[in-house]
Design a protein around this ligand. Sequence first.
Ligand SMILES: C[S@@+](CC[C@H](N)C(=O)[O-])C[C@H]1O[C@@H](n2cnc3c(N)ncnc32)[C@H](O)[C@@H]1O
Length: 333
Amino acid sequence: MDKAAKHTSAWADAATGQMHPARSHEVHARVRSFSRAGGRLRASQHAALERHGDSYLVQVPRRDAIRTVDPDFVLDPQQVFGRRAPLIVEVGPGGGEALLAAAKANPDTDFFAVEVWETAIAKIVSAAAAQALDNVKVVAADASQLLATALPVGCASEVWTFFPDPWRKSRHRKRRLVNEAYAALVARVLAPGGVWRLATDWADYAWQMRDVVEAVSAKGLFTYPDAGARPQLGSDTWVEGDKGNGPDPGSPRGVMGGWSQRFSGRKLTRFEARGIAEGRTIRDLTALRTDQKLTPEIDSREAAQREVAQREVAQSEVAQPENGASGLRAPSA
Ligand SMILES: C[S@@+](CC[C@H](N)C(=O)[O-])C[C@H]1O[C@@H](n2cnc3c(N)ncnc32)[C@H](O)[C@@H]1O
């Protein structure tokens, strides 16, 4: 069936069991940071969702398609977890290796996985249930929408953005998750003193992340303690013609550094392992939320939606990230 013709009436989502509204025309015009391609849920994954979905999935009223978020929806973490505890939000956890290991090691902290791919969601639910974790919840949503309106301002002690899809082709760069609009959403949900942790194995995405963190720090929303740190990171493995390593050969601003030590709380995931195996340098970044109040453009829910709208400029291409979550199935909208 033609993808564009799918879901012209209400339908049920396999990952969440939820009924979704028919897609609006807007859906096809959005720029998403995730692709639609991927595998299908295995029978065991279906069964895990059926059996444990109620315990681990947070149901989200949709705006106009799967993974969208009704802008009037407010998600109260304390109600969801049944307690008041530090909250870590991981955006795009994939199969959840890092999040699940951290949740197991830190039972006094709550963990929200915000993920779009249904096989990844099923893996997290299945593994959380197998370990009887009660400090993990999974939200099947586009983080750009969930962070913009649904999560309360200042609710999180940390936000993690590890190995986001690199979207390496220049015509796909606009799909990269980490940009200034996204950083503003992270600032919105982080409490003062909260930590935004990022990591990537793609040098040009690391430089982009660094420029974003610098820009939002210059606006006073974050501090960037490791600005300029470790400028030679990656240069030792650089060879002529290598675009994936080296000291910023493609950066118009030269050798700048800005790289934190590897976050010790991050379990090695298969994406990080693949980057290392293919000879890429892993770069971590860390930004600390200040107590600077958000400007009305970022603070109000209505204005936060404008941040989302920036990502929704007209474009209709369907594409896949080059080192995206192969074997994971993405939603069809
Ligand atoms: C390359 S994988 C990395 C997974 C994991 N962080 C790791 O380090 O192994 C990127 C993940 O981000 C998810 N993702 C991309 N855009 C997203 C968005 N807007 N909201 C939530 N998840 C997203 C993808 O579905 C995919 O699972």
